[in-house]
Design a protein around this ligand. Structure first.
Ligand SMILES: C[S@@+](CC[C@H](N)C(=O)[O-])C[C@H]1O[C@@H](n2cnc3c(N)ncnc32)[C@H](O)[C@@H]1O
Length: 228
């Protein structure tokens, strides 16, 4: 079993998600709509950019925007950079291997941000809140953040059953789907949606607006508070 976001995991990450592409495509579309108020030349912080899914989508949709891709996983970020180069958008991107807390720059130096499927891996609640506080620190007041995370009212409910069925439908072998369910319980903080929203708000954002759901994947639009 690869460690999360190591070389082996990064090498298969895109392929793993390809089977459920319509769910991811819908999330990208809503993310673009939620950030779409921003002007040409906007600076977007992609926290946990991974292999670049949202960065590449937004860079194509908004040709004037510039991006800061932040991710502590070298293998994931290398793939993000390679894809940005292949797509001809790397000159609008800055890549930072590390966390948002460690990102060189100044307070409020971004106009918008994304954190898609990232904070769920911060199982310690204080660390999860600190992640959002670091993002808030790099946004100007009122700036939009799109967050998506796995969330569910409980770990044994019908939503989890539907999630497993989605992966079986995508052709993932049953034993692997069973392991996935264990991983959800042990390595991912799958909290009730309102609790995730409360963590985002505690990090320095006004009450997040829930604007997306596809089975377990919940999405919110949050605005950086006037005084975080
Ligand atoms: C499931 S991937 C999501 C990647 C991308 N946002 C997407 O939707 O495809 C989660 C990413 O979050 C990164 N990550 C984990 N902890 C992080 C942290 N504290 N700050 C920023 N990124 C983090 C991981 O290295 C990984 O690349």
């Amino acid at each position: 079993m690869p460690k999360p976001f190591d070389e082996a995991h990064a090498a298969t990450y895109d392929q793993h998600f390809a089977a459920l592409a319509p769910m991811r495509d819908a999330l990208q579309l809503v993310t673009g709509l939620a950030l779409g108020e921003l002007p040409a030349g906007a600076r977007i912080l992609c926290a946990g950019a991974g292999t670049g899914a949202e960065l590449l989508y937004l860079a194509a949709a908004f040709p004037g925007w510039r991006f800061t891709a932040v991710d502590p996983s070298g293998p994931m970020l290398r793939r993000c950079r390679a894809k940005a180069e292949a797509a001809g958008v790397a000159d609008r991107c800055r890549f930072h291997e590390g966390t948002v807390e460690e990102l060189p720059g100044e307070a409020g130096d971004h106009d918008g941000a994304t954190a898609l499927l990232v904070s769920q891996f911060l199982v310690d609640r204080a660390a999860r809140e600190a992640f959002f506080r670091a993002i808030a620190g790099r946004l100007r007041p009122g700036a939009p953040l799109v967050v998506a995370d796995l969330a569910a009212p409980s770990l044994s409910g019908e939503l989890i059953a539907l999630w497993k069925r989605a992966w079986l439908h995508a052709g993932v072998p049953p034993e692997q789907v069973a392991r996935m369910a264990e991983t959800l319980a042990e390595q991912v903080a799958v909290l009730p949606p309102d609790e995730v929203a409360a963590i985002v708000a505690a990090g320095g954002f006004d009450e997040p607006l829930r604007c997306f759901q596809s089975i377990l994947i919940h999405g919110w639009l949050a605005r950086r508070s006037a005084s975080p």
